[in-house]
Design a protein around this ligand. Structure first.
Ligand code: ATP
Ligand code: MG
Length: 456
């Protein structure tokens, strides 16, 4: 079966089921293989985000796959979904509690402090492309290991920076061909002091209505009532509609800050919806929070989001340092691209297939394939298959534009046949002219050279 005929895990049924596939070993629940056709998307997205980030002065950072558990407990918040039920936490052999990272911001801030980056000119700007781990209920668009691209701008605060961060995210969605289907929603969740007052007002509102809350939301009511606004429980969502509104509690400064962010967004012609109930899933946010989502799609419709986290570095033991960031889930972006029929260029496409008949022909093929590749031609043969018919099946599967055929006659005469697979015509050329002829036909532009100077 051709690689691109395989149903990939990102094409799974809406309920995330694996129906019809039951070999003895499968991927663990909730995780997925990235098969070659989907890798084309990952590669393409990575290329775009790297380009956009570089243009804007962001530099790549990679933190380890696991951190001390405390890094997340302290920052993401005990009452958040992530810390309360989604972390993959384990003890190492010396009894240290470690956690596979469920999100990228806290580790980046830990690294910023650990490596003394407060001493660099501020802001310091990072981006990352990494897998994350959350013990979630698997569904389409919701996995236990998923990839996220994210960027963080640490060390400064200004509404203009918030707008620029949103603009960068928007430009990336545009490059990916999905901006038209995504809506930006934005909110301001104020500073810590006004959030405390608001939390008390929310408590007063929900007390006496506990019977409508899920068990989870009852715990949130005690630990962090703002989290209830992010609930996915239907009764709670209805209840939330009449809950006290944050805009009546935030300070005049926060209100002004928010208005300024919105002004810049209008200047930039970025459409937005203000959503007073948008609090985001992590406790460390303050002031601006935002999310990009597909209005028309139910289920996992948040394709990315971010916000300001001015208190996070201090929570991790650093000096108070303002910061803002954004993250998007690659699987959800890919699903969105597929829904929008965005096609990505395939760099894996082969140029030439070399078919041979007989041992002498095979001896010529190995160096020929090597020479073709050194000229930038993507070439392969099927040297393990004696019958031409079976070899050509492989050529067919890879949809190569050119085949080189070397049979016993060609070996004797020092020639080879070049067949143009798109039009079905063929020519016989002297063996030592094969490479030059193919380079000419394929064209300089399509050749694929590894250039160590190319950015990776
Ligand atoms: P959701 O509300 O969908 O649970 P979240 O608020 O937990 O999302 P964030 O922590 O903000 O998500 O992560 C940023 C992005 O990462 C999300 O917008 C989404 O695109 C993606 N994402 C989050 N969790 C998952 C997951 N379990 N599987 C795949 N992608 C995910
Ligand atoms: Mg979540």
């Amino acid at each position: 079966m051709a690689a691109d005929e395989v149903k990939t895990d990102i094409d799974l049924e809406e309920d995330g089921s694996n129906e019809g596939r039951n070999p003895p070993f499968q991927t663990a629940k909730g995780v997925h293989d990235i098969l070659p056709p989907d890798h084309e998307y990952y590669t393409y997205i990575k290329k775009i985000v790297r380009h956009r980030c570089r243009q804007a002065g962001f530099r790549r950072i990679t933190t380890p796959i696991f951190e001390y558990t405390e890094v997340f407990k302290r920052t993401v918040g005990e009452a958040s979904d992530i810390v309360s039920k989604e972390m993959y936490t384990f003890e190492d052999k010396a009894g240290r509690s470690l956690t596979l990272k469920p999100e990228g911001t806290a580790p980046v801030c830990r690294a910023y402090i650990q490596h003394g980056m407060a001493n660099l000119p501020q802001p310091v700007e990072f981006y990352y492309i990494e897998p994350f781990f959350r013990y979630e209920r698997p569904q389409a668009g919701r996995y236990r290991q998923f990839w996220q691209f994210g960027f963080e701008l640490i060390g400064e605060t200004d509404p203009a920076l918030d707008a620029q961060v949103i603009l960068l995210a928007q430009r990336i969605y545009q490059d990916l061909g999905i901006a038209d289907t995504l809506k930006l929603q934005i909110n301001n969740i104020g500073d810590l002091a006004s959030r405390k007052v608001y939390a008390e007002a929310l408590k007063d509102y929900y007390y006496g209505k506990e019977r409508y809350l899920s068990d989870e939301d009852k715990v949130r009511l005690q630990k962090n009532p703002l989290r209830i606004l992010d609930s996915k429980n239907e009764d709670t969502i209805i209840l939330n509609q009449s809950a006290p509104k944050f805009k009546d509690f935030i300070s005049a400064e926060s209100r002004e800050y928010h208005e300024e962010v919105l002004m810049y967004l209008r200047d930039l012609k970025i459409e937005y919806n203000e959503n007073e109930n948008l609090v985001r899933g992590l406790d460390y946010y303050n002031q601006t929070v935002f999310e990009f989502y597909d209005e028309k799609k139910g289920g996992q419709n948040s394709v990315g989001g971010g916000g300001r986290f001015d208190g996070l570095i201090e929570l991790l033991g650093g000096h108070p340092t303002p910061a803002i960031g954004f993250g998007m889930g690659l699987e959800r972006v890919i699903a969105q691209m597929k829904r929008n029929k965005v096609r990505v260029p395939s760099k894996d496409d082969l140029h030439v297939f070399v078919a041979q008949l007989g041992k002498e022909a095979k001896r010529l093929c190995i160096p020929l394939i090597d020479q073709l590749r050194s000229k930038g031609i993507k070439a392969m043969g099927a040297l393990g298959k004696p019958a031409i018919k079976n070899q050509l099946k492989i050529a067919d599967r890879f949809k190569v534009p050119y085949c080189v055929l070397i049979g016993e006659t060609e070996v004797r005469e020092g020639k080879a046949i070049i067949r143009d697979m798109t039009v079905g015509s063929q020519v016989t050329v002297a063996f030592d002219k094969v490479v030059a002829e193919l380079v000419k036909r394929i064209g300089e532009k399509s050749l694929d050279f590894y250039n160590p100077k190319d950015p990776v």
